[in-house]
Write a protein that binds this ligand. Sequence first.
Ligand code: NAD
Length: 495
Amino acid sequence: MTAEELAKDYLTSGRFPDLPDGHFIGGRFTPASNRKMASFDPGRAEAFAEFSLGDDTEMDRAIGTAEKAARHWRQVKPAERCRLLNDVARILRENAGRLAVLEVIDSGKTLAEASGDVQSSARLFEYYAGAADKLDGRSVNLGPEYTAFTVREPVGVTGHIIPWNYPTSTFARGVAPALAAGCSVVAKPAETPPYTALVMAEFLCEAGVPEGLVNVVTGLGTDVGAKLARDPRVKQLTFTGSVSTGIDVARMTTPNVTRLTLELGGKSPLIAFEDADPEKVADGAYWAIFSNSGQICSAGSRLILHRAIRDDVLAILTERALKLRPAHGLTSPEMGAINSARHLARIKAHVDAARVRGANILTGGDVTTDWQTGKGWFFQPTVIADLGPKDPAVQEEIFGPVLAVQTFETELEAIALANGTDFGLIASVYTKDVGRAMRIANAMDCGQVSVNDYWAGGLELPFGGNKKSGYGREKGWEGLDAYTKVKAITISNAG
Ligand code: NAD
């Protein structure tokens, strides 16, 4: 079935064909314990299936299977790993339609956003396929008495705890470099809902990835997620999620001294100076906060405007926001749903609290439904202006389509506002002055900066945060570091 046919069929029947059942362990779907949880389609606020809630025994089996598979995989020639990962990318592209429709139902995003996510997932496998046979060491000159060099070795079993907002590419950005480096994988997708990771794991095996190398156990974070984080056989844990869970997970990995990558939240600023084009700034800010309904760790959730262009930018932005009608992701809207009823309530609580504080809410500010069906979990595109630097709407990650606007007069003030939260994921600056752009880029305490664009760049660049946005880097060449250990070997030339 094509993506269009699958989408049409789902919208009529409320069913998605051949949904995986159970966990994916040892190259097949395995019957799971009887505990199940309903999977909800956020665009309709209706359950469409049930998935298995794993337990310690099932996670234990998955880790044991991955441990055995890692022993074999590290011996597989890099050129063979490279060929297999390219095959994975090809199979993902061949099945892109099915995966994208499933991701819409899993997460609530639009089909265009989900299709982009699937294409980046395929690209991640291609990119790391290209890296698999280039993980060279260094030759080190210690003088004539010794020959010295380094080798990069795979770390072994890697654990991946995945959030709901980009379920496909977050899986790919951890799994692809892990496999390229010679590691095995146990993944724990988010519980709202977990299907794309299961389907991806099956595609990997179809491409020839050995059985047991990639395993997926579904269930609650507090059960199987915690078990994965605590298990001493897991040598690297890659966690993507909220700051509070990230801190808990860091505590769980400490007793085993497990390597840890934390990709946490953000409150990223878009700074615009008086010489920037207001149309361009408003367009950048619009997509930076309303893409994926604002449920992006690197969303541009703070707009920091020079006072001279404040009114022009906000007039354009609010006019566009007012026209934006969110709807079910399979009906081609510009904005999709909020992932769960619980998260929708959280966004509403943030905005209600801002209203009580007397905030200047220029547009939006409340929950809504799909304008065509009257169903689903949606939040109006919201712009809150003239906020002080310590306002909770400026400081806290709302993770929804809610933009906090601040104004400034001087460059130093802009820098202080932009760096003035606990987060440090990305930042963007709009100005025609190259010197100023570079000063801002250097001053930002975060992992990525774009100039005159938001999210400029791609998966070839490292991605990750400073401060409470986490540590470690994914994507790019740096994304391989988590999955390899460097060993130095020295030979005495005296024999
Ligand atoms: P979350 O922290 O609630 O859950 C993330 C994952 O952790 C889920 O799989 C969950 O089941 C699991 N989990 C929950 N409790 C656990 C526990 N005690 N032990 C082990 N695992 C546990 O986050 P979320 O609501 O799914 O995702 C939203 C958050 O993720 C936002 O803060 C967002 O900024 C962040 N995020 C960051 C990035 C990034 O790359 N920096 C990308 C996407 C999302």
